[in-house]
Ligand binder design. Structure first.
Ligand code: ADP
Ligand code: MG
Length: 222
């Protein structure tokens, strides 16, 4: 529920989702259907005003602000439509940032960030700043920053929203690789069916409700 009184708005209307570890889930739906609201709850950025959310058996709604921040820092990685990189700051330093927050030493930060950049196909680009990189490369840096902490879950809200088709497919292939090879659970919002098709499961939202929950490739005979 957003706001109070007359301005109150119920963005989600009874969502019941269970997401398995290692899954790759795409969330689709029209603008305003509650996709980002749901992602913010799943990402422990926001709290539902009613209902419960368990992450690995932990009741997130019973955690305080600091505990939720710790859970995010240790278990979750985030990627957004805008790449949200620090300008005039090298790719390597951008990727090191979450480790800095975690209090890791310079040497291990450096090594882990370099390895994460290599994993997203940006070996050799460590010293470049965002303005020296293409949109696709900037999103790769953002993905490296999200995975450098080795999260269990990667949450991506419209990660290809600012990219052309070719670059979008490349980013999706990268996400599939991270999901398959590192076992990272991926939750991704997209309104492009072509991009959702990379996921193992597609959940459709309309007006704050789940209207369809598909697992393509699985037989749907009744
Ligand atoms: P989507 O990501 O599917 O486009 P959102 O989850 O962002 O949708 O929004 C769902 C609904 O909740 C929309 O009607 C939106 O206007 C409303 N909403 C989202 N965030 C807020 C907020 N902070 N305050 C008030 N209403 C909000
Ligand atoms: Mg949204």
């Amino acid at each position: 529920m957003y706001g109070e009184g007359q301005a109150a708005f119920q963005a989600l209307r009874g969502i019941d989702l269970r997401i398995a570890a290692g899954d790759f889930v795409a969330v689709m739906g029209p603008s305003g259907s509650g996709k980002s609201t749901a992602m913010n709850i799943l990402g422990c950025l926001d709290m539902p005003s009613s209902g419960t959310y368990q992450f690995q058996g932990v009741h997130v709604e019973r955690l305080d602000r600091n505990q939720r921040a710790l859970l995010r820092r240790h278990c979750l990685g985030f990627v957004f439509q805008g790449f949200n990189l620090l300008p005039r700051t090298s790719a390597l330093e951008n990727v090191e940032l979450p480790l800095l927050y975690r209090g890791e030493g310079a040497l291990s930060r450096h090594d882990a960030a370099k390895a994460a950049l290599a994993r997203v196909g940006l070996a050799g680009w460590e010293a470049h700043t965002p303005t020296e990189l293409s949109g696709g490369q900037q999103q790769r840096v953002a993905i490296a920053r999200a995975i450098v902490t080795q999260p269990l879950v990667l949450l991506a809200d419209e990660p290809t929203g600012n990219l052309d088709t070719q670059r979008s497919h490349e980013i999706m292939e990268l996400l599939v690789t991270l999901n398959r090879e590192q076992g990272i659970t991926i939750l991704m919002v997209t309104h492009e069916p072509e991009m959702a098709a990379y996921a193992q499961r597609i959940v459709h939202f309309i007006d704050g409700r789940v209207t369809e929950d598909q697992t393509p490739g699985e037989a749907t005979c009744g």
